[in-house]
Write a protein that binds this ligand. Structure first.
Ligand code: PHB
Length: 388
């Protein structure tokens, strides 16, 4: 052991006290990225993480003046493993901030732990309404959407295009249920109704019996919520059954985002609604797409945009407190009043911390979800139950 004089120790202690807070702020900030890196949503998680890292790289890997250390965890989109996974990030990996996730069932566990431990959580996809509804909290933010939002816009468009009797099909879990709920609200407002609701458990892809039922029902249109690998298979099976020739297939844009290379001819001409699309041609989106394509040799999708914006939102909060996470109320206030300069277009946050944003109508042309126009401007989820 090194000998230190009492006087030296005293001086050391005094110096430590003086520079203590500064040291804490200069230490790297640890961000836990809890996302699916395997299973049907693997590509979604990868793209969120890639664009989150891109945004960091564009800022010298610093937020609010502090360097960032990322810790990745594959949540497998498995709600039963979620509480253990999120606790592992906090306790074993000592994450200061949580970013995640894609699956609505998994995010419920994340939000519960974030609330119990008062950890800052930014959700870069999962649209579960509860987390910006009854579970809303000052430390929980979303950079993506609520499941209700794109659904509502698609319902409105489908009704306006003359769909009177519509069938819906989705995985049976919160995201599918809430997406269909939004669709029904929009469709009803535009004079249509849903005559049949079909479901199968997540992440099953045995669609055949349900497609037979759709054919027998003969609706004016079908509304489907699927994403990732499941969306690829559904759109292909729908076309293979010949249904796309007579019954238009609508959906939130997740049905065709990041999936078009694999869906090919089966998706051509499809109309979907989402808060992002191809061909926006704004300076911000063009710069983002160029940077992403240069770095990853791939075209970004909506999931990438949401990951990028999660980093931007966190960056705004941390900049306001110069990296001092202890100044929580100032940090939260800065995020709450931010106008986020997103590749999707500028958006703000509602009182419940959910994006208030334009929802575009897109049409599949080749491998693009080409933006045709705005389906609903500055759409806010009514966020029932949020009291903050
Ligand atoms: C969700 O579970 O909330 C979810 C998953 C994938 C999507 C959209 C929503 O593309």
């Amino acid at each position: 052991m090194q000998h230190t004089s009492r006087r030296g120790m005293m001086a050391g202690a005094a110096a430590l006290t003086l520079v203590g807070p500064a040291i804490a702020q200069n230490a790297p900030i640890r961000i836990g990225l809890m996302l699916p890196f395997s299973g049907t949503f693997a590509a979604l998680g990868e793209n969120i993480a890639a664009a989150f890292e891109l945004c960091l790289a564009e800022h010298d890997n610093r937020l609010g003046g502090r360097t960032v250390t990322l810790v990745r965890l594959d949540d497998e989109s498995d709600p039963s493993k979620a509480p253990q996974n999120v606790n592992r990030l906090l306790e074993r990996d000592k994450a200061d901030v949580l970013i995640g996730t894609v699956h609505s069932g998994v995010v419920m566990a994340m939000a519960k732990v974030a609330k119990d431990t008062n950890t800052l959580l930014v959700i870069p996809n999962a649209g579960a309404r509860a987390v910006t509804g009854p579970m809303c909290a000052p430390n929980i933010f979303r950079s993506s959407f609520s499941n209700w939002q794109p659904g509502y816009a698609m319902g409105k468009v489908a009704g306006e295009r003359g769909a009177k009797k519509v069938a819906t099909i989705t995985w049976k879990y919160a995201a599918g249920d809430e997406s269909v709920e939004g669709f029904k609200d929009g469709l009803k407002a535009a004079g249509g109704e849903v005559v049949k609701d079909l479901t199968l458990p997540f992440p099953n892809v045995e669609f055949q019996a349900l497609l037979t039922e759709i054919a027998a029902t003969k609706p004016d249109a079908v509304y489907a919520f699927f994403a990732g690998g499941g969306a690829v298979k559904f759109v292909k099976d729908y076309a293979a059954a010949g249904l796309n020739k007579t019954i238009p297939l609508y959906g939130p844009g997740f049905l065709t985002d990041g999936t078009l290379e694999a869906q090919g001819a089966a998706a051509q001409g499809m109309l979907t609604t989402l808060h992002y699309g191809d061909g926006l041609d704004t300076p911000k989106d063009n710069a983002f797409r160029a940077s992403y394509t240069r770095t990853y040799k791939a075209v970004p999708d909506v999931y990438a945009v949401q990951g990028y914006d999660a980093a931007q939102m966190l960056g705004i909060g941390l900049a306001a407190v110069k990296g001092d996470l202890a100044k929580r109320s100032e940090l939260v206030a800065a995020m709450e009043k931010a106008r986020i300069d997103s590749p999707r277009g500028t958006f703000t946050l509602s009182k419940s911390h959910d994006p208030v944003q334009d929802i575009y109508l897109r049409k599949v042309v080749g491998t693009e979800n080409h933006v045709e126009g705005v389906a609903v401007k500055a759409l806010a989820d009514p966020s029932p139950g949020c009291k903050m």
